[in-house]
Each structure stands twice: as structure tokens, then as C-alpha cells.
Write a protein that binds this ligand. Structure first.
Ligand SMILES: NC(=O)c1ccc[n+]([C@@H]2O[C@H](COP(=O)([O-])OP(=O)(O)OC[C@H]3O[C@@H](n4cnc5c(N)ncnc54)[C@H](OP(=O)(O)O)[C@@H]3O)[C@@H](O)[C@H]2O)c1
Length: 211
């Protein structure tokens, strides 16, 4: 599959590295080919391709958005035509003191969808730290896989992303439409508080047990 990344920092490079190792063609949509994050990602994963954003997006079936939330508007405006593309929103609106950056009045996922109304936005790869996107192996749990909660309005787009989750050893859990992103974004705040503020560290994830 042709996959493009807008933003190739901690989250983008972790996911891009996994996807390129699975045999996908992964292209950095680079506004600045010489930036530190682009150069670091290319050094770590030399199989990554690089192109100007509109060119990278034009040939991609799936586009990952992994920019700081405040940069989303500019980054998407420079990305070219996202019409009909699956856009995986990995971004989190995080406000001061670990509050929701949009005051919980609207999800970040819907905010992103409003910026690109013709794209098929799927919220995914948000609820844990980037360390888990790089390595989600948790030995000793048998067949139980770490859960990746996703949300989106387009069922077919969600299935494409669910399949990518499975390939990357996650159990995808479809939580509902894009408005549900709000709850995923609150889960993110909980994870950050536990892992990074209260000192549990990044090495934990959630799993689903179901009767
Ligand atoms: N860090 C985590 O553990 C984690 C986990 C889950 C979700 N998230 C969310 O994922 C997103 C990215 O986080 P991160 O930690 O990966 O950030 P990061 O390491 O700072 O990387 C941000 C990337 O976005 C690019 N960027 C910044 N402004 C841009 C713009 N206007 N247009 C295009 N690209 C731009 C940067 O490029 P340059 O280097 O060229 O500036 C860089 O490649 C955030 O929304 C964050 O909330 C983070």
C-alpha cells in the first residue's frame, strides 16, 4: 500500500518504521527535507521515500497526520488534495495541566475532519506514547494483543486501518463514529498522566477482555 506521513517526529517515525518493515511504500510528505525530524527518520529507516507534500499525498492511499495539534491547520493546508483519502489522525489536542485542548467541546478528530471535509478521517494511534507504536510486544499474555481503539465515520476506511493495526500486532477496537474521538482523547490524557506524570513509565497499554 502507498502510505504518506505528514509529520515524522516521535509518532510519525515510529509508525512509518513499522509500516515500511511490513513492505508498504512509505513516503514522508516533507515541507522541509533538511529538518531534524526528517533527517532522523531517514537515518533510522533508509527505506522511507521522501517527496513534497502534494506529490506524496497524491499517490497515497492512506495518509497519517502526526503533527503537533496546533500545526494541523497549516500542515493540512499545505498537503494538497486529500479528497477521498483515508486520513489517520494521530494528533491529540492537549491543553495546559493535561486538560482537553478544545475544552472537551469538540473532539480533535472532528476538528481535523472539518479542516478536510472530503477526507475520510480515522482516529487511531493516539491513546499511548510513541514508544508503544515502535514496540508493542508484551510477552506473557498468550494470544491477548494490546488494544488499539479507533473511531471514524467511514466503515470501509476504518476497516483499512483496522487491517493495518492487525498487521502491526494490535487488536483494533472500533469504538464508533468520529465524535467518539473525544473519549479517546480523554483516554490519552489518562495515559499521559499515569505514564509520564505519575511515573508508571511508557511500558503499559490497555487490552480488551470480552465475554
Ligand atoms: N509523543 C507521543 O508519545 C504521542 C503519542 C500519541 C499521539 N501524539 C500526538 O502526535 C502528534 C505528534 O507528536 P510527536 O511527539 O510525534 O511530535 P514531534 O516529535 O514534535 O514531531 C512533530 C512532527 O510534525 C512536523 N511539523 C510541525 N509543524 C508542522 C507543520 N506546520 N507542517 C508540517 N509538519 C509539521 C515536525 O516537522 P519538523 O521537524 O520539520 O518541525 C515533526 O516531523 C501530536 O499531535 C501529539 O499530541 C504524541
Amino acid at each position: 500500500m502507498n502510505i504518506a506521513f505528514i509529520g515524522i517526529g516521535q509518532v510519525g517515525s515510529a509508525l512509518a518504521g513499522r509500516l515500511v518493515a511490513l513492505g508498504h511504500t512509505v513516503t514522508i510528505a516533507a515541507r522541509d527535507r533538511h529538518s531534524k525530524s526528517v533527517q532522523a527518520a531517514l537515518a533510522k529507516y533508509p527505506q522511507l521515500q521522501i517527496a513534497d507534500p502534494p506529490e506524496a499525498i497524491a499517490s497515497a492511499e492512506v495518509v497519517f497526520l502526526a503533527t503537533p495539534f496546533a500545526a494541523n491547520q497549516t500542515a493540512l493546508a499545505e498537503a494538497g488534495n486529500l479528497s477521498g483519502k483515508i486520513l489517520v489522525d494521530c494528533t491529540n489536542p492537549v491543553g495546559s495541566n493535561l486538560t482537553h485542548g478544545l475544552k472537551s467541546e469538540q473532539s480533535g478528530g472532528e476538528f481535523v475532519q472539518n479542516l478536510v471535509p472530503d477526507a475520510k478521517v480515522v482516529k487511531a494511534f493516539t491513546i499511548y506514547g510513541f514508544e508503544n507504536f515502535e514496540n508493542n510486544t508484551y510477552p506473557g499474555y498468550g494470544n491477548l494483543k494490546p488494544a488499539m481503539l479507533i473511531a471514524g465515520n467511514d466503515a470501509a476506511a476504518k476497516q483499512v486501518i483496522a487491517n493495518l493495526c492487525i498487521a502491526m500486532d494490535w487488536e483494533p477496537v472500533d469504538t464508533g463514529n468520529l465524535a467518539t474521538s473525544l473519549h479517546l482523547e480523554h483516554m490519552t490524557l489518562l495515559w499521559i498522566k499515569m505514564a509520564r506524570v505519575q511515573g508508571l513509565g511508557a511500558g503499559f497499554v490497555w487490552a480488551r477482555l470480552q465475554k
